[in-house]
Design a protein around this ligand. Structure first.
Ligand code: PEP
Ligand code: MN
Length: 341
């Protein structure tokens, strides 16, 4: 439920609304925006709903009381009424910008990561990715360099002046990963790791949340709600493909329709990851371009200085030359779309 105040409302009138909400055992939340508003993000028992609406609607200074019809509240467009832009060290994720995150699946060594970052930068991207903790299907596959990898990410990010993003896989590891990287990635497999979502939210760090392979839109936005409910609005969503009908052609089915849907029902920025979305390097560029056209706020692209030798996800990694070509194409499309790259 959201209580919209009149433009002329005095702060004391908003205080009275908050008091009335507390009087019902609920917690009010002052909401930003040009129009003063007070939200009640928690569940309101149905028997209380209409009486509360009547009480709040009749208080002085109140313009109207509005229901939020979706199961997620803080993530909903009804709640915020304007799109969110997440800004990290001057790099913007949000409407009007198309932001590219590039880099290898895993950090393998200083030399590999530094080379990759230089190529990401040379192609014009401002954010470098790379996993130090890798969620692998097999316990025998390369698991990442752990803290050593994070140190490499921090060093290379500073050397190249790039914003960094890397995955954190557990709530306990959030504080450690947050020391080294600018944006905490929560991977598809962890989308419903609720303690991790809460801990990442509490860290106050920007969070990059990937959609689970079998998550519905409601489940995705409810996962986002966990982060937002920790008073952390620095949240970026990422569509990375859902379970496919047929794995013999692509690793996942990239649900590009989720982009306009998410942008309609949520205020959060939405990026697309066509690398994990297809699992095939040659399909990455066409789908990255499609992502831009359907209104994504950016893409995450896996790129490796030498994909053949990659320790993870080599088959979906672009070469530096392919990455540069894609960036050049995206710049042309971004101009047509009227977005800044
Ligand atoms: C990754 O970004 O390297 C990754 C493991 O992605 P996802 O969680 O989408 O599978
Ligand atoms: Mn990967």
């Amino acid at each position: 439920m959201i209580v919209l105040m009149q433009f002329s409302a005095a702060p004391e009138q908003a205080d009275a609304v908050c008091e009335a909400i507390r009087g019902q055992g609920l917690e009010p939340l002052l909401m930003p925006g040009e129009h003063m508003a007070i939200g009640i993000p928690s569940f309101i028992p149905p028997e209380l709903r209409s009486s509360l609406e009547g009480v709040l609607g009749s208080l002085p200074g109140v313009s109207r009381v509005q229901h939020v019809s979706r199961p997620y509240k803080l993530a909903s467009m009804e709640w915020k009424r304007q799109p969110t832009t997440v800004e990290v060290k001057g790099v913007k994720f949000g409407p009007g910008h198309f932001t590219v995150i590039g880099g290898p699946c895993s950090v393998e060594s200083y030399a590999q990561y530094s080379k990759a970052a230089k190529m990401v930068k040379a192609a014009g991207a401002k954010v470098v990715r790379g996993g130090a903790f890798k969620p692998r299907t097999s316990p025998y596959a390369f698991q990442g360099l752990a803290e050593e990898g994070l140190k490499i990410i921090k060093q290379v990010g500073e050397e190249e002046g790039l914003v960094t993003v890397s995955e954190v896989m557990s709530g306990e590891a959030v504080a450690m990963v947050a020391k080294y990287v600018d944006i905490l990635q929560i991977g598809a497999r962890s989308m419903q790791n609720f303690p991790l979502l809460i801990e990442a939210g509490r860290s106050g760090k920007p969070v990059f949340l990937k959609r689970g392979p079998s998550a519905t839109i409601d489940e995705f936005l409810l996962a986002a709600e966990y982060v937002l409910s920790q008073n952390n609005e620095e949240l970026i969503l990422c569509e990375r493909g859902i379970v496919p009908l047929d794995r013999s052609y692509t690793r996942n089915t990239l649900d590009l329709a989720s982009v306009p849907v998410l942008k309609e029902y949520s205020h959060l920025p939405v990026l697309v990851d066509p690398s994990h979305g297809t699992g095939v390097a040659r399909y990455v560029a066409p789908l990255a371009k499609a992502a831009l056209v359907v209104g994504a706020d950016g893409v995450m692209i896996e790129m490796h200085p030498d994909p053949k030798s990659a320790l993870s996800d080599g088959s979906q990694a672009l070469t530096p030359e392919q990455f540069k070509m894609l960036m050049d194409d995206l710049k042309v499309l971004a101009k047509v779309q009227g977005t800044v790259m």
